[in-house]
Design a protein around this ligand. Structure first.
Ligand SMILES: NC(=O)c1ccc[n+]([C@@H]2O[C@H](COP(=O)([O-])OP(=O)(O)OC[C@H]3O[C@@H](n4cnc5c(N)ncnc54)[C@H](OP(=O)(O)O)[C@@H]3O)[C@@H](O)[C@H]2O)c1
Length: 342
């Protein structure tokens, strides 16, 4: 008999907000390993807002496909330990990442490229490095932050930068890179506790709670001279406020628009300002910039190990709690990177 593995399946798509119902943990027997395959016991998996876009009949064109009902969800990146190997270069005990999360065990084809190379089976160096950092600052989150700043030419300092959802996985990294690079950073998030963390530990110059003060009013107060770079994780009214506050020739990194993943999209209703002010709005995906991965890991890895970079995570245990983790993350109840420990 093969290994029996629990996996999370979608039973029905949420109609609006994700709830703990509509998912099921199912046990399946895995096939025997074929040549070039490894069996991985997953230990950590990543909870990402983008998963919500796949919990529908049709995902946005050009993005990952939607999750079929009654089939295992695949994650974005997952960490695990090799427990059996028929693939050259992989041995029992290796810590690896790959793209088959949301399950206890995964049979992974070592030679198949996943996610433009980002999710291809890879051995991780865990010397002085907790493995789950590879789902946060040293993985897709760090790459997205670094690539987004690179795309809008903001890896040199000296400008005024606004980062939204700044206490989350990507935003907190963006804010810290921007501070380290010498920008004057304004950050926004959805609670007083997150705002305090951003000011006291991340080290941004100004921060506001968008649930208490509108982004427009807060930007007028904290950056009256306007902003040069906006790193947009939220879309909607945040993006509208940025368009109002941008200085001529400013740049906006369109990383995501989490405010409309569960609700109908709002705006931007003032898009003409992009023309009027000669702005650049650049959509991008971290996975299209895998060539920056080593550079980013070297930089952020050094900062993390030297204690120059703060990193927070919110951890849920067990596959059965994955829907709750997703719900809480989308509702803003988690801080830093949201993870499932398996
Ligand atoms: N382009 C790419 O390659 C790429 C890769 C990864 C992620 N992303 C995008 O980057 C963004 C952040 O992702 P993440 O993984 O770092 O997630 P995250 O920030 O850790 O979690 C999402 C956060 O968004 C905030 N939020 C939710 N609804 C909101 C609303 N209506 N208005 C304002 N804020 C809201 C919540 O924090 P508050 O407490 O602050 O409300 C929540 O914690 C998302 O848009 C995601 O899709 C893009």
């Amino acid at each position: 008999m093969g290994v029996v593995s629990a996996q999370l399946q979608v039973i029905s798509y949420p109609q609006s907000k994700v709830r703990s119902t509509g998912f099921e943990v199912v046990e399946v027997e895995l096939p025997a390993l074929q040549p070039e395959q490894v069996l991985v016991r997953n230990t950590w998996t990543s909870v990402d807002p983008g998963l919500r876009l796949r919990l529908r009949k049709t995902a946005p064109a050009g993005y990952f496909t939607s999750f079929p009902l009654h089939a295992p969800m695949d994650g974005i990146l997952t960490i695990g330990e090799v427990v059996e190997s028929r693939a050259k270069g992989f041995t029992v005990g290796d810590t690896v990442w790959h793209a088959q999360g949301w399950r206890q065990y995964a049979v992974v084809d070592a030679s198949v490229e996943q996610m433009n190379g980002l999710g291809t089976l890879k051995i991780l160096d865990t010397t002085n490095t907790p493995p789950q950092w590879y789902l946060g600052p040293l993985g897709g989150m760090g790459l997205t932050a670094y690539a987004g700043l690179s795309v809008v030419r903001a890896l040199d300092g000296g400008e005024r930068v606004w980062v939204s959802a700044a206490a989350g996985a990507v935003g907190a990294i963006v804010a810290q890179i921007a501070v380290e690079m010498g920008h004057r950073v304004v950050a926004s998030a959805g609670s007083a506790q997150k705002v305090s963390w951003l000011l006291d530990e991340v080290g941004v110059e100004g921060a506001f709670n968008y649930r208490e003060e509108s982004p427009r009013a807060a930007l007028a107060r904290l950056a009256p001279e306007g902003i040069d770079v906006y790193f947009d994780n939220v879309g909607g009214e945040h993006l509208e406020a940025a368009l109002d506050a941008m200085r001529p020739f400013g740049r906006i990194a369109l990383c995501g628009s989490v405010s409309d993943y569960e609700l109908a999209a709002v705006g931007p209703r003032n898009l003409f300002l992009a023309t009027a002010k000669n702005l650049t709005l650049a959509g991008f995906r971290g996975g299209a910039h895998v060539h920056l991965l080593d550079e980013m890991q070297n930089l952020l890895g050094t900062w993390l190990r030297e204690g120059r970079m703060t990193y927070r995570e919110t951890v849920y245990s067990g596959l059965e709690n994955a829907p709750i983790a997703m719900r809480d993350m989308l509702a803003g109840r988690t801080i830093g990177k949201t993870l499932i420990r398996l």
